[in-house]
Design a protein around this ligand. Sequence first.
Ligand SMILES: Cc1cc2nc3c(=O)[nH]c(=O)nc-3n(C[C@H](O)[C@H](O)[C@H](O)COP(=O)(O)O)c2cc1C
Length: 265
Amino acid sequence: MEGEENVLELIRRRASVRRFLDRGVPDEVVEEVVAAGQRAPFTGQMYSVVVTSDPEVRERLGELYGALPRVAPLFALVCVDFRRLERFVAARGRENRADDLTMLFLGIQDAAYAAQNMVLAAEALGLGSCFLGAAPRLAREMTEIFGLPSRVYPLVGLVLGYPAESPPPRPRIPTDLVLHHDRYRDPSDEDVERALAVMDAGLLREGYYGKYSARRDAGSEEKYGWGEHVARKYSTRPGDLETMLELLAEQGVQLRPGEDRDGRD
Ligand SMILES: Cc1cc2nc3c(=O)[nH]c(=O)nc-3n(C[C@H](O)[C@H](O)[C@H](O)COP(=O)(O)O)c2cc1C
């Protein structure tokens, strides 16, 4: 282990990277990252990762996700994949009878733990990365671009590359609000303010929102912190449950009771 970074140190210093060197990621490194992702605990290994470094595809992805897929040399789409698991079940002459909400709970966990393992492995190999959360809403476009079949649903994008910045670790809310001993404890109003103050101070110190996004509309940039960010994000999001259910159904993932998992093929 000597000379190798301790896992805890790596976890503590990791930060999402949004600026990259113009240098490709070798295939062996990509394979190592994905293989490390696979070492995560799983229930059914219900995920697939589609990677591309194709400049034209990344340009198109840039139109959909914003600048990051253009500036990072590698884009990975992490998908929840029921299809392959169902092949395994069929290979033993049976059929998957679990409902799709249960499947989603499990599949999202499989894919997410693998994705985070990939992030840490990438970091250990000298790469930086950043998740892109719009993938589920871009299911039609992802399906078309990456040829996703029925029962495979895009969960999250991940850009990867050699970093051209080394951002400081970003703040987190105090652990005493996350860790509960014996019984769940609701935060007091003071706890809430304390948590928001910690978050705002850390991100404002870095100049985070001014650096990565044009928040000029927020008035004074100094005032746009995490509190303002989540308040805006979660209070203005359009109700798109119907759209999500429709997109899922198009990929053969059926959350409405009584409907078949036929999807498109
Ligand atoms: C599911 C998910 C979706 C995310 N989507 C985006 C995104 O669309 N754009 C972006 O710049 N960062 C995105 N991020 C990165 C977060 O902004 C980042 O992890 C968070 O601010 C904490 O910062 P850190 O990773 O540097 O500690 C996403 C992270 C997750 C887990």
